[in-house]
Design a protein around this ligand. Structure first.
Ligand SMILES: [Zn+2]
Length: 247
């Protein structure tokens, strides 16, 4: 005769164990995620080429990291108790592959609207080819099967939620930065090299003079945090002024 109470006990214990394991995994992941301000996070799974998440009236993802990170990005978002389906917008700072790597798959998973500048959209579709060393980026995108979007919106000069869109061309023709409260999402306008802000290297920039102008233009704004793609988010005091002296 089958002892159903024993089977129930075993299956109940297994479910309990799996739930506990999942909770521990979520807590571990949550600890690793860098909280910049109350509702701004740097996603650990994109470390080295950061994507950021803002949870305000709407949930917004800024950039999407190198290709192949979709699963881990979604796990991280889940660990913050955010339903990925609530992401309303994915904002791209520019067209480079480490920014758009997971954009299309994340757009499909979340149903979010994908945004980029009108100057950079032709590069995302491959209608314009990336110049110089960035040709390697296009090859990388091809090898990694980075998909092209079916729908993408171009920025007007409007705000999206409480995020100000600031045109900062130079690294790419349509590079933009975003200002949200005290936090500047700088894309590849600058990078953080061990606590020192530096301009993106010349070889990677479409127009050296334009990127310098864009860095100077950002001095008109006030912000406490600089969140770049490359290097860690940095709480700034005089670092932006020092950057101006060094470019
Ligand atoms: Zn870039």
């Amino acid at each position: 005769m089958i002892d159903y109470s024993f089977i129930w006990l075993i299956s109940h214990s297994i479910i309990k164990f799996l739930k506990l394991k999942r909770t521990k995994f979520k807590k571990k992941l949550e600890k690793k995620i860098m909280k910049i301000e109350d509702n701004v996070y740097a996603l650990e799974s994109t470390k080295g080429s950061y994507s950021y998440l803002i949870k305000d009236k709407e949930t917004i993802l800024i950039d999407t990291g190198r290709p192949g990170k979709v699963k881990n990005i979604l796990k991280e978002i889940d660990s913050l108790n955010i339903n990925a389906k609530n992401i309303k917008h994915i904002l791209l700072t520019h067209h480079d592959v480490d920014r758009i790597g997971n954009a299309v798959l994340l757009q499909k998973e979340t149903g979010a609207t994908l945004w980029a500048s009108k100057e950079d959209i032709p590069y995302i579709f491959g209608d314009k080819s990336r110049p110089g060393v960035k040709k390697l980026g296009s090859l990388y995108a091809f090898l990694m099967r980075v998909k092209k979007p079916e729908n993408i919106e171009s920025y007007n000069d409007q705000k999206i939620d409480d995020i100000e869109i600031i045109r900062t061309p130079g690294h790419t023709p349509g590079h933009v930065s975003f200002l949200y409260k005290d936090v500047l999402f700088a894309g590849d306008l600058v990078r953080n090299s061990n606590g020192v802000l530096k301009k993106a290297p010349s070889i990677m920039n479409a127009d050296e003079e334009l990127i310098k102008d864009s860095i100077f233009k950002m001095s008109e704004y006030s912000f406490k945090w600089v969140c770049p793609c490359n290097g860690e988010p940095l709480e700034v005091k005089d670092e932006w002024k020092q950057l101006l002296n060094n470019i």
